[in-house]
Design a protein around this ligand. Sequence first.
Ligand SMILES: [Zn+2]
Length: 407
Amino acid sequence: MYGGRSLYIRTLVLMLLSIARSEHAVPMEKVKKTNRYGLPHIVRQVNLKAVIRQMRQMEVFSKIDLARELGISTTTMTKLYAQLETDHVIEKSPERDTSFGRPKILYRLAPTLQVGAIVIDVETTTLCFSDLQGELLIRNQISFPTGDHLQNLFARIEKEFTRLREKLEAPCRLLGVCIPGLIEKDSGKSMLNPNLHWLEETCPAKELGERLNCPSILMHEEKALNRAQPKATDDLSDYITIDFSAGVGMSVVANGKYLSGTSGFAGEIGHIVMNPDGKLCGCGNRGCLETLASDLVFHTETGSPMDEALLQLEKGEQRTTEAALKVIEEQAKGIAAVINIFNPKKLFVYSRLAEAYPKYIETLRSKAGKRSLTLSFDRCTIETTRKGKLQGALLLTIDQLIEQATF
Ligand SMILES: [Zn+2]
């Protein structure tokens, strides 16, 4: 008797978990019998997420078409629409579908449903808002120097955020705060920040959220860059992004899962020691990959500001080209190691050298090919990143808003 009851509870728990994790809509009619376990509420949340995911792929949609697309009844869909309309998540579109018989009312995601993203980079901080389609509102994007003082930066962010929010005339539902360095995933604390030491021991999303009176989440810059790469049509379950900008960072998706490590510190390829007697790194060690392979190293070597150094590289100036090739050589060593370890299908690389050196990918590929295992290398495509951290930060913020399904 006990065994039977235990098995029943186990089955029920497994069913609840599978529904809660589901990305697909669940017909309410199939689960009515388990009402007393609160199942319909979970199903409603799952359905809400499925509906919004689907809406993001369609510009306008009718109740019937969306219900058919997701395989749920129009009665369930009518209830979900009512909730979404009350919460100002969707609104009636001025367009009408007149293709068959009586014109159908079409809906769209409310353009007033906004999320924000703040990307705090070593040199520049960028702030912008977007609707749930992930359309960046360029006219509402602003960049300013990050500086080297925490409270000054937060005061500037507060000023610009307030100004932009007033212009939008819409609340920001969730704000994604994107930073470099090692972030402890449970506490949301910046633990080590080799290039922005003054951010260490702070919880930037929590502090900014309170200051701006807006729910906020913290994210790692490499995770944001990684999120921005796949297209909707891509079937990518094993891909890696490597960022050679100011520091050197990596993010890995393996078997469809993002690797964060036990504490959230995974991917710090920039601090692999290449030469123990090399230059001092921001992490305290010497000769890390970051001290040899970043864009920062390139423009320091040339002795010119970055834009000027890139211009010289574009013109084929010999000393600048040599400096670029030296950096690419080190980047290739890092890439070869990554290909050997993870056997990815695709590797996205970000480096500003690609802007000015037309043979960048070709050279990188040739150098990395000589240092990696042929079997793994031949099955991996290397290309430059398609979109930047800002787009990725917005997408991660939208993902989280939909995941919470609390509009
Ligand atoms: Zn280091």
